[in-house]
Design a protein around this ligand. Structure first.
Ligand code: GLN
Ligand code: ZN
Length: 755
């Protein structure tokens, strides 16, 4: 047998030009049959396998492909279908049941979707209420056979491990975890036995949950679980795969009875950990040394250096090289990018290019460094060229101590000046920024991008939308208006196109949830302010009305978290550069007499590190960046921020330290829970109550909104509250938006009268 030296953990599903997304959406819209969907997606899947083989990967993952989400695949493999989907007459194994759980139906709401660890990928949360699992199909086995039959590839089946799978789900009490595990374990064993019987050599069992802070008391159960598995399949080699951080109870868990362990050497301190605690002599190390979450090419000289350190602890023939995690978090190939600056393009590595890097390193590992000398040189040179280019040439160290990051006065003083300047009623009403983006808006933008519409024509079109909606907002009787964000496709990409140091790609898509993909901009160089980005639209809107129009920006933390960030300097340095650039924008808005400026930070929470010990460093930087961006405005200028999530308790202190004059939060779905966080902490600044859920087309009933406001008023004085929807209205239709906002304004008026 030839020696295995390279491996992959997972490959993007979406197809080079998002063919996958198109096929799925066509199927959902009834444009193609199920058979056609399966045919197209099989082609995409096989294509991915073929490519991995061509790129020189020895161990190619199979079963990582998905039609929506791999956690949902696992749930359905075990027949885990929430009760509310069981009466529809659909069979458990039907594809329509699968999509119904993910997307909801008219009769039954979709399962919850949440972030996959600290990534921007979302999985469908399994519901284990009264779970009675069965093995519906051995999915990894089927896909293993498919790869072998169609392409002659003996793949590495991927299975989401029992500990992670169950812990990622809900619908059971923590104390019931062992019982639940006991129900699933025999099924897992059956899957593995069948794989063993089929002659599978390596199977990858993903247990990313092991990098989180599990309690010490849970370790024995994990040990017993893997002991049972090991006894059941003695000749199957298990690669227990972790990623995104180092393993929490490393000293114990690393001795689980498996043949190999996958460690992430890019995120967290795995290198330090193996240096200190060693790595078992009887195991293979799947060394994740190529970053699966970022898009930069590596300097192979440096990576080789790391590999040499690893070899001091683990001998060469027990090392397999692979990415740090599944490559679903990066785009497929940079080849399609025709218009990128060559210096930048040469420094990029998307999924395919990363696999190439892995193959090169594996080659070096087998045949010696000399064999890959040229490739090493080439990579070093490419990185050097970017580092020495003007983009990065004049990286000035920002001396943060020199830059003011506190407002001129405390909130208690500012609010007095703001009240005089703004003259707002009690319980002012506003919206979160974006207004319905119709098909027409998208069409005109596309025409403009293609050059079919001149800049002037496009601007005229945007202005027409702004004007129309200023009138609508005045009619509705809102107190603080917005221009509507019609000029923005995406709240990060828009700024990425206008700031120095960013590059927007054409095909750099990654899956966010279901068929939805995002295209994070690349932050490749020093970020700086070029020219005003939002001033034209906002100040035009302000000329149309006597009411205040709120300026609207995406905050530094959100821009950072939703971009691919250069890795040659610290992320926090990049964060500060963004903050300082936004500071200029805010000053420009203020100079144009915009008195209220909102700086959105919806991604602040998701950027939290996986391990709590690292939280305070992150939060301190995040808070400081927000303050850097917003500190220079006059006392009378009001800074708002918006965060759409519903849990704040654990980061309350940081939220408070942002020192935003008004923070708008989700209120309707969390039923006031959130407000109690603020109450307990005697919050003194203002709070925008997100009184209705914009994620649904339903027009909320007046009584419902009243209840939401009354609940809040019972704990915090009315003078601290604003009334608004819980997020932007971009995805809603005009009619329902107007109707809902009317109800909201009426409610505000009635409650005002009660005070
Ligand atoms: N201002 C943005 C909007 O209204 C905020 C979006 C968000 O919170 N994700 O669309
Ligand atoms: Zn929001």
């Amino acid at each position: 047998m030839t020696q295995i030296t390279s491996s992959n953990i997972g490959y993007p599903r979406i197809g080079e030009q998002r063919e996958w997304k198109k096929a799925l959406e066509n199927y959902w819209n009834g444009n193609i049959s199920q058979q056609e969907l399966l045919k197209i997606t099989k082609e995409i899947r096989l294509n991915g396998l073929r490519k991995q083989k061509e790129l020189g990967i020895d161990l190619i993952p199979v079963g990582d492909f998905s039609l929506y989400d791999h956690v949902l695949d696992t749930a359905l493999m075990f027949g885990i279908v929430p009760q509310r989907f069981q009466n529809s007459g659909l069979s458990v194994s039907s594809l329509d049941t699968y999509f119904a759980i993910a997307r909801g139906t008219r009769e039954a709401f979709a399962s919850e979707m949440t972030k996959w660890f600290n990534t921007n990928y979302h999985y469908i949360v399994p519901e284990f209420d009264n779970a009675n699992p069965i093995l519906v199909e051995n999915r990894p086995l089927q896909l293993y056979k498919e790869a072998q039959e169609e392409l002659g590839i003996k793949g590495k089946p991927v299975v989401l491990g029992p500990i992670s799978f169950l812990k990622l789900g809900k619908g059971y009490k923590e104390t019931d975890f062992p019982n639940l595990l006991e129900k699933f374990l025999p099924l897992y064993i059956q899957i593995l036995k069948e794989l063993e019987a089929e002659g599978v050599e390596w199977v990858q069992i993903d247990e990313p949950i092991l990098v989180t802070e599990l309690s010490e008391g849970e370790v024995p159960l994990i040990e017993q679980t893997y002991q049972k598995i090991a006894e059941a399949v003695p000749s199957l080699k298990i690669a227990l795969q972790t990623y995104f951080e180092s393993i929490h109870h490393y000293k114990k868990l690393i001795h689980l009875p498996v043949a190999g362990f996958g460690l992430d050497f890019v995120h967290g301190d795995a290198l330090e950990v193996i240096r200190q605690f060693g790595f078992p002599q009887n195991k293979v190390l799947f060394a994740g040394i190529i970053d699966g979450r970022n898009v930069w090419r590596v300097d192979l000289e440096q990576t080789w250096g790391m590999l040499e350190i690893i070899q001091q602890i683990v001998e060469r023939d027990r090392i397999i090289i692979q990415p740090s995690c599944s490559l679903i978090h990066v785009p497929i190939s940079k080849n399609l990018e025709q218009t990128l600056d060559p210096i930048i393009k040469a420094s990029l590595s998307f999924a395919d290019e990363k696999l190439k890097e892995i193959a090169i390193l594996a080659d070096g590992l087998t045949s010696g460094k000399e064999k890959i000398r040229d490739q090493i040189k080439e990579s070093t040179l490419a990185i050097q060229r970017l580092n020495e280019s003007n983009y990065r040439g004049d990286t000035k160290e920002i001396d943060l101590d020199e830059i003011q990051a506190d407002r001129k006065a405390a909130f208690s003083q500012r609010i007095l000046e703001q009240q005089v300047a703004l003259q707002l009623p009690l319980l002012p009403t506003t919206t979160i920024g974006s207004l319905p983006q119709t098909a027409e808006v998208r069409k005109q933008r596309l025409r403009w991008r293609k050059g079919d519409l001149s800049n002037a024509e496009y601007e005229q079109f945007i202005n027409k939308e702004i004007k129309k909606w200023i009138e609508i907002q005045e009619d509705i009787g809102l107190d603080v208006l917005v221009h509507g964000e019609f000029e923005r496709t995406d709240m990060v990409e828009y700024f990425g196109e206008k700031l120095n140091g960013f590059q927007v790609t054409k095909y750099g898509w990654v899956q966010s949830y279901g068929s939805r993909c995002v295209k994070p901009p690349l932050i490749f160089g020093d970020v700086s302010f070029r020219s005003p980005m939002t001033v034209k639209e906002v100040s035009y809107a302000q000329t149309l009305t006597d009411k205040h129009v709120k300026g609207m920006l995406t905050g530094p933390v959100t821009i950072l978290n939703w971009s691919f960030v250069r890795d040659d300097i610290s992320e926090f340095d990049v964060l500060n550069q963004i903050a300082i650039a936004l500071r200029s924008e805010i000053e420009e808005l203020e100079a144009k007499n915009i008195k209220i400026i909102q700086v959105d930070e919806p991604a602040l929470r998701e950027g939290l590190p996986l391990k709590k010990i690292n939280w305070s460093t992150y939060l301190n930087h995040a808070v400081h960046a927000f303050k850097l961006a917003t500190a220079t405005v006059e006392n009378s200028t009001q800074i708002h921020t918006h965060m759409c999530y519903s849990s704040f308790g654990d980061i309350y202190d940081a939220i408070n330290r942002l020192d935003a004059d008004v923070i708008s939060i989700e209120t309707s779905r969390s039923h006031g829970e959130l407000i109690s966080t603020f109450e307990e902490n005697t919050y003194d600044k203002e709070i925008g109550l997100g009184v209705y859920d914009i994620h649904s087309p339903r027009v909320p009933a007046k009584e419902e909104l009243k209840e939401n406001v009354h609940r809040a008023l019972a704990t915090i004085p009315a003078k601290q509250f604003w009334i608004n929807p819980d997020c932007g209205l971009k995805t809603r239709k005009e009619e329902e938006t107007v109707a809902a906002l009317k109800v909201m304004v009426e409610v505000a008026k009635e409650i005002r009268a009660e005070q």
